[in-house]
Write a protein that binds this ligand. Structure first.
Ligand code: EPZ
Length: 417
C-alpha cells in the first residue's frame, strides 16, 4: 500500500481543474443500467469508487468503455441481476444498485453495502420506501432477496430524514414504476438534481429535484443519453482548505459557485479573499486562518458534512477556537486523533469538536481513517512543519483523482511512495 510523504510549509499558487463529482457520477452510472441503449457520461472522475461501479455494471452484463473522463455504457442486455458481496462491500453507494436493478429486472439479490465507517450506515429508509412501492424483501444471512410481481407502484414516500442515498434509490426505482411517486422531505443536494437531469434525458419524468418534494411519474422504459457530471464541491472545499493553511493564491476551474453557497462564507470568516468569475473561484490566503465560531453540518443547502474534516484541519491552525457540530453522522471525528498526533489541540464530546487553534503543527506518521478524514490529514500536513507520512491512501483514492499531482502542480511537495 502506498504512502504520502508531504513536506509542509510551501505556499500554493496556480490553477486547479476540479474534477467531476464522485457522488453524482456514481448514481448516474448506476442509472445507466435501467434503460436500454447507450449512455455517454462525461466528466467522470478517475477514482476507485468509479472503478467499483464499473465492475458491478460489467458483472450485470453492461459493456463499459472509458476514454479519459468519458464513460460509455451499453446496457441492452442485462444478463445478471445479483450483485456479489465482494462488489457490494467496495463502497457505500452500491446500495443504489438496488433501485436501478429492480427498475430494470424486477428482482435482485444483494448484500448490505460497504463504505466509510462513519458510524452505523443503516439503509432502513431505502428498504421501507421500496417495500411501500411493492418490493418484496427477504433477509437471508446478510443478503436481501428482493423481487416485485409485475411493476412497482407509485407511492407518496415521506422520508424521516432527507437521506441522499434513499432519495436516489427511490428516484431510480420509481422511474419505471406504475403511476406517480412523490418523495417528501427529499434530499436537495446538487447530486440529486444531476441524477434527475440524467434520468430525464433518458425519458424519465421527474420534477422538483433540488426541492424537498420530488415527483416521479413512472414510464414504461428508459433509453440512454449523453450527460456531463457536475463538478465536485467537496474536492473544491478541500483545495480551499489547503491554500488557507499554506498561504498563497489559487484558482479553481470548472466549479459551480451555487454548490459552494454554504462554504464560501466559512473561508471568508477564516480571513481568505474569495472571488468568483463564472466557473472559476479565486481564493487567496491572507496569512494565519481566523477561527470559525460555529460549523454545524446540515443537509444541503447547509454546510456539507463531507467538508467538515478538511475545514477542521484549517481551523487547527487558526488564531482562536472553532466549534464543530456533526449533525449528519454519528461518528465522523475519527480524523481528530490523527490531527492531534500532528500537534492539533482538539477535544471531542459526542457530536461536538472544539478546535483550539495552534500556530504550528509538526510532522508525524499518521493514518487515514476514511475518505474525507484522509483529505484532512493531507491539508494539515501541507501546513505542518517538516515532512509528514500519511498511510491508508486507498481511502483518499476513493474520492480524489491523482491528488498528489494536482497539489504538486501548484507548489506543494508531495511524494507518493
Ligand atoms: C451520501 O451518503 C454521500 N455518499 C456521503 O458522502 C455524504 O456524506 C452523505 O450523502 C450526506 O451528504 C454518496 O453519495 C456515495 P445519507 P449517504 O443517506 O447516502 C442516516 C463522501 O465522503 N440514514 O444522506 O449514505 C445515515 O446513517 C461520502 O463522499 C439512515 O438512518 O448519506 C446518516 O446518519 C461520505 N437510514 C444520515 O442518514 C437510511 O436508510 C445521512 O445519510 C439512510 C441514511
Amino acid at each position: 500500500m502506498s504512502v504520502y510523504f508531504i513536506e509542509g510549509g510551501n505556499p500554493l499558487y496556480g490553477d486547479v481543474e476540479i474534477h467531476g463529482a464522485k457522488n453524482s457520477a456514481l448514481p448516474i452510472l448506476t442509472a445507466t443500467l435501467i434503460g436500454t441503449g447507450k449512455s455517454v457520461i462525461h466528466n467522470c472522475p478517475d477514482l476507485t469508487d468509479i472503478d467499483a461501479a464499473i465492475k458491478i455494471l460489467e458483472y450485470l452484463g453492461c459493456s463499459v468503455e472509458r476514454e479519459g473522463s468519458t464513460i460509455t455504457v451499453e446496457s441492452d442486455c442485462i444478463s445478471n441481476y445479483n450483485v456479489p458481496d465482494h462488489l457490494m462491500r467496495e463502497m457505500r453507494s452500491s446500495i443504489v444498485f438496488l433501485g436501478a436493478v429492480i427498475a430494470r429486472c424486477r428482482k435482485t439479490r444483494i448484500s448490505f453495502p460497504g463504505g466509510c465507517e462513519l458510524g452505523p450506515r443503516p439503509i432502513d429508509l431505502h428498504l421501507s420506501a421500496l417495500k411501500k412501492m411493492g418490493l418484496v424483501i427477504e433477509e437471508d444471512h446478510g443478503y436481501l432477496d428482493c423481487h416485485v410481481d409485475g411493476r412497482l407502484h407509485g407511492e407518496t414516500i415521506a422520508l424521516s430524514f432527507p437521506s441522499v442515498g434513499a432519495t436516489e434509490n427511490i428516484m431510480l426505482a420509481a422511474s419505471t414504476a406504475e403511476g406517480t411517486t412523490v418523495i417528501t422531505n427529499a434530499a436537495r443536494e446538487p447530486e440529486i438534481v444531476d441524477l434527475a437531469n440524467y434520468l430525464n434525458g433518458c425519458g424519465a419524468k421527474i420534477t422538483g429535484a433540488g426541492e424537498s418534494t420530488i415527483q416521479i411519474e413512472g414510464v414504461g422504459s428508459l433509453h440512454g443519453c449523453e450527460h456531463r457530471v457536475i463538478p465536485d464541491r467537496i474536492v473544491a472545499a478541500t483545495f480551499m482548505s489547503a491554500v488557507a493553511v499554506t498561504g498563497g493564491s489559487i484558482s479553481l476551474k470548472q466549479i459551480d459557485p451555487v454548490h459552494l453557497g454554504a462554504l464560501i462564507p466559512v473561508f471568508e470568516e477564516a480571513g481568505c479573499r474569495v472571488s468568483l468569475h463564472g466557473s472559476t473561484l479565486d481564493i487567496e490566503s491572507t496569512g494565519r486562518p481566523k477561527p470559525i465560531k460555529m460549523v454545524r453540518t446540515m443537509p444541503y443547502p447547509g454546510f456539507p458534512t463531507d467538508a467538515q474534516a478538511p475545514i477542521m484541519s484549517m481551523c487547527a491552525f487558526a488564531d482562536g477556537t472553532s466549534v464543530f457540530v456533526e449533525n449528519i453522522f454519528e461518528n465522523r471525528f475519527k480524523h481528530v486523533d490523527e490531527l492531534v498526533r500532528l500537534g492539533a489541540s482538539i477535544k471531542v464530546e459526542g457530536r461536538v469538536a472544539v478546535v483550539e487553534g495552534v500556530r504550528q503543527l509538526h510532522s508525524a506518521s499518521v493514518q487515514a481513517t476514511d475518505l474525507r478524514g484522509g483529505a484532512a490529514l493531507v491539508v494539515a500536513a501541507l501546513g505542518a512543519k517538516g515532512t509528514t507520512e500519511i498511510d491508508g491512501l486507498h481511502h483518499v483514492d476513493r474520492g480524489y483523482e491523482r491528488l498528489e499531482d494536482s497539489l504538486n502542480a501548484i507548489g506543494a511537495k508531495v511524494i507518493r511512495a
